[in-house]
Design a protein around this ligand. Sequence first.
Ligand code: ADP
Ligand code: MG
Length: 379
Amino acid sequence: MAELTLDHVSKFFDDDGSQVVAVDDASMEIEDGEFLVLVGPSGCGKSTTLRMIAGLESVSEGEIHLGDERMDNRPPRDRNIAMVFQSYALYPHMTVRGNMRFGLEESTEMADGEIESVVTETAEMLDIAELLNRKPGELSGGQQQRVALGRAIVRDPAVFLMDEPLSNLDAKLRSQMRTELQRLQEELGVTTVYVTHDQTEAMTMGDRIAILNDGELQQVATPLEAYHRPANQFVAGFIGEPSMNFFEMEVEDGTLVGDEISYQLSESSREAVTGTDRVTLGIRPEDVELVSPKDDNHTYEATVDVVEPMGNENAVYLDFGADASFVATVGGMRRVEGGTAVHARIPEDAVHLFDTSTGEALQNRSLESAEMVEPEPQT
Ligand code: ADP
Ligand code: MG
């Protein structure tokens, strides 16, 4: 039973007499075997949260449980948790074999032959069996990363904790290791908390993601829930690349009025904004449509500022006027030139509405137009 629970956990640091709240009253439940990604900008409290789970940092308030057992008052070695760091933290004077054996020799009663067979088996699984006699200095970054993983895996822990473990790898290797780590975690079925500042890693790897900002937990959800049904404007802006576009508006009789554009709301959206004076309209770049002139009250004249061709798509930076620039993504085969005037449509079923003062989501986009790829009939 490795359900990991954080119950109102906070961490305060003393910084020259003033208090830093690194983690502020975070609660979450991570299911047995789940891959949970903790994501957020630098300094938001991800590493501190992980270090409290590992026992490398004390908990200021709250409790941490693993299954039925309280963990936060135990020393790290009694928690049955293995941590993998960004820096790998391998012992440079030991061989790969030595690095992988070390933890088992220190912390278990396993016989020598048994340790050897676990290490060999794990090394084979990670494709580093032929490197067992080398020292870390003779390995590439990717190989060192595998050794660090191997060292965690041999311990057969109840929980893996990983703090930005892929950050030191180049882009290509990173995406390869992303897939490999996921496969491995699924195979081993070990509950995993994985920290990253990279929203792509969060989206692609997590069963669920926990988004943290400024020490406060914003939302815990599946990647697609966080993308399509963000709890607030922070999550909406953090998840997705390029970021969601935001326009601050005033609510006037069921119409949103901004400096550059006004946006007429349908009946149901009007209800959602009832009682709110200032609303932020959000629209994802892929939902902005570049259309031929249309007599539609959600279509606006705009000027193309810059086009970033990505091959598969173009990011088109648009302008309504001096202050209101926004971005639309269109298919790679659609040619758009800088300086041209276009019409941009902001379809209402893709619009998100946030309370400008609290950031809270008042209404998220409709998912009614989502399509499922039909599976081929089995013969
Ligand atoms: P992240 O891993 O998300 O980048 P951290 O958990 O490392 O963020 O840090 C969260 C906050 O706590 C930051 O403001 C950081 O400066 C502060 N912090 C972390 N460790 C300490 C410490 N030992 N003493 C004082 N402040 C700290
Ligand atoms: Mg960190």
